[in-house]
Design a protein around this ligand. Structure first.
Ligand SMILES: Nc1ncnc2c1ncn2[C@@H]1O[C@H](COP(=O)(O)OP(=O)(O)OP(=O)(O)O)[C@@H](O)[C@H]1O
Ligand SMILES: [Mg+2]
Length: 365
């Protein structure tokens, strides 16, 4: 684990936001936060979406009684609202049902967009985290305003589909608006393409986004992977469920890229992020966390609903291809495969022919 920062230092706060819904903001927040912890940082994942999906994605359901909104309004101390996760270094500032009414409550607040920033500063968020990740709702209300006012940078997940451009443009406008008002130094921590590789049209959109936004787009993209749904149903991040392939491994690579971008950033408070552990160490940590998941084997054997997803996507267990880390392939699956079945049919036919031949020889036909 990396040494704690001196208390006075305000950690980099990264808001994961896109004006558009369903682009993998929550999936990205949870996986980046987990991978950052695997790289050795102390991380707070703040769930500011009333849907509570980031909280639920760590198996915390129903939503707890105390959470983000209590901290924003100063009713509860940050340390009393934080929930440690099963992954060392990662704590959750959970969503609560109050977030649904938060817009109105915050609107009455004198400096309504600054409440989260002030709460984090006064409650010394730096003593709890080297870095904070905020999962934002898809709307542009007071809650998102608070997240973007508190943040040093915005990471924008964008789905490579023909409708994503408008969402990106709106998001860019919002960032500009914040820069002219509540948060003059807000920067962009890049655009991460999500759910890629689904079809040729998506590949075209991904290419044109790279052409339009250049270096802002991450080199690695997050492929569409049925294991993401499986992980969500098991209440674990896909980076822990499958650190060696598909979206899980993409998220580990995207986290390495995020860390690199932050450490090279022109803003001093962002670039002071300590040096992370190595990629190999982070991946081994994720494998270790996977091996320790107590409920995983039991729930997998219970043939949960996600087996239906796999049946609909028979390719989802294919070898993920060469990894830059030369990670070992996933263990072979037990079971009676097609190869064995074909062999059995051939052997059966040969046995039948031999029996007929012997019978004919013995019977003297
Ligand atoms: N790489 C992926 N492959 C397959 N499915 C994915 C992937 N990433 C996300 N999903 C699925 O897409 C859906 C939307 O993801 P997610 O909830 O993270 O999006 P969101 O942007 O947070 O949505 P909202 O705007 O409602 O908050 C979920 O069902 C999630 O499991
Ligand atoms: Mg979400």
């Amino acid at each position: 684990m990396i040494e704690p920062r001196p208390k006075a230092i305000y950690p980099p706060i990264i808001a994961v936001f896109n004006h558009k819904g369903g682009v993998a903001k929550t999936t990205t927040s949870g996986n980046l936060a987990t991978c950052l912890a695997a790289f050795g940082y102390r991380v707070v994942l703040a769930d500011l979406d009333a849907q509570g999906n980031a909280t639920g994605s760590f198996g915390i359901l129903p939503l707890p009684p105390i959470g983000a909104m209590d901290v924003i309004t100063g009713r509860v101390r940050l340390e009393d609202a934080l929930i440690p996760t099963q992954f060392p270094g990662l704590s959750l500032l959970p969503a609560t049902t109050q977030l649904r009414t938060a817009e109105m409550e915050l609107a009455a607040h004198e400096r309504s967009h600054q409440a989260l920033r002030e709460a984090f500063a006064s409650q010394n968020i730096g003593s709890h985290a080297h870095i904070v990740i905020i999962d934002c709702p898809p709307s542009l209300g007071t809650i998102t305003g608070n997240a973007l006012s508190a943040a040093a940078a915005v990471l924008i997940p964008a789905r490579a589909d023909p409708y994503s451009h408008e969402g990106l443009v709106n998001t860019w406008h919002e960032i500009k608006r914040l820069r002219q008002g509540a948060n003059a130094s807000l920067t962009v921590a890049g655009i991460l393409l999500t759910m890629t590789g689904e079809d040729a049209a998506g590949d075209d959109v991904a290419r044109s986004m790279r052409a339009e936004f250049g270096d802002q787009v991450y080199g690695v993209s997050i492929e569409s992977d049925a294991k993401v749904t499986e992980a969500a149903q098991l209440g674990v991040p896909v980076a822990v469920l499958d650190p060696d392939g598909g979206a899980g491994h993409n998220y580990l690579q995207a986290t390495a890229e995020l860390i690199l971008r932050l450490r090279r950033h022109a803003r001093h408070d962002i670039s002071t992020l300590a040096e992370p552990l190595s990629m190999v160490d982070a991946q081994n940590t994720l494998r270790d966390w996977r091996a320790r998941l107590p409920g995983l084997q039991r729930r997998a054997n219970d043939a949960p609903a996600w087996t239906a997803v796999q049946a609909a996507n028979p390719d989802s267990d294919e070898d993920p291809g060469p990894s830059p880390l030369n990670a070992p392939p996933p263990p072979p699956r037990a079971g009676f495969g097609w190869g064995a079945m074909v062999l059995a049919v051939i052997l059966g036919a040969m046995l039948g022919a031999m029996t007929v031949f012997l019978y004919n020889s013995i019977a003297g036909h």
